[in-house]
Design a protein around this ligand. Structure first.
Ligand code: G6P
Ligand code: MG
Length: 217
């Protein structure tokens, strides 16, 4: 039967999580806030605005809206500077093969991302045409772990949430998929993503036979 396969962007499709980290780290450093890789896990899947709030909370920093707006702009400009030369080499291993396979099998393919930079990234990496539906940070009001982004994607594909499968690298995203009643597939560390229904260290470990079972069941 036809299922909805919903992909997170940053850290699942493209290797941009490291750029988000570098850009946030610069902001944190300027504010004298200690910001580690561990802290960064809290920001994965989380909107830009909420991410800044989390960093400020970590450092116990109070700020005016004007300052916050300035830092949000700085962060995004710095982040985008890492993406100027972006091309298909930035697609994470295993992903292109999975997208091709799903297309061959006539499955619904959607993006479900908190990023407002999703479309240009999919264009630059040359994979935008795989996506029947794109739901990103411009389309939702509630950030993961709220399931809005994934529910909207399934709805636009006309597929019931219980027939949807979500690929995620963030704790918030796995929680969102679980709350939506979808199958959650964690891409990353077992210790971090243990709430997922299935966990793979990276997408090269996802076999076509496994995807077949997701389609059939
Ligand atoms: C994704 C990333 C987050 C990022 C968010 C917003 O969920 O995992 O690290 O903060 O998108 O992205 P944006 O590109 O709009 O700043
Ligand atoms: Mg992600």
């Amino acid at each position: 039967s036809k299922k909805a396969f919903i992909f997170d962007l940053d850290g699942v499709i493209v290797d941009t999580a490291k750029y988000h980290f570098l850009a946030w780290q610069k902001i944190a450093q300027a504010l004298n806030i200690n910001f580690t890789h561990e802290h960064n896990e809290l920001l994965k899947g989380v909107s830009r605005v909420r991410s800044l709030d989390i960093i400020l909370e970590l450092g116990n920093v109070q700020a005016s809206q004007e300052d916050k707006d300035k830092w949000l702009l700085q962060k995004n400009e710095d982040y985008l500077s890492y993406l100027v030369d972006m091309n298909e080499s930035e697609i994470l291993p295993g992903i292109s093969k999975i997208l091709k396979f799903l297309k061959e099998k006539n499955q619904g393919i959607a993006l479900g991302s908190a990023s407002k930079n999703a479309r240009p990234i999919l264009e630059k990496t040359g994979i935008i045409s795989y996506f029947d539906v794109i739901v990103d940070g411009n389309d939702v009001t509630n950030a993961k772990p709220d399931p809005e982004v994934f529910l909207k994607a399934a709805q636009l594909l006309h597929i019931d949430p219980k027939n949807a499968i979500v690929f995620e690298d963030s704790v918030a995203g796995i929680q969102a998929a679980n709350i939506a009643g979808m199958v959650s597939i964690g891409i990353g560390e077992e210790g971090i993503l243990h709430e997922a229904n299935y966990i793979f260290k990276d997408s090269t470990f996802i076999e076509e036979s496994f995807i077949e079972t997701l389609i059939t069941n």
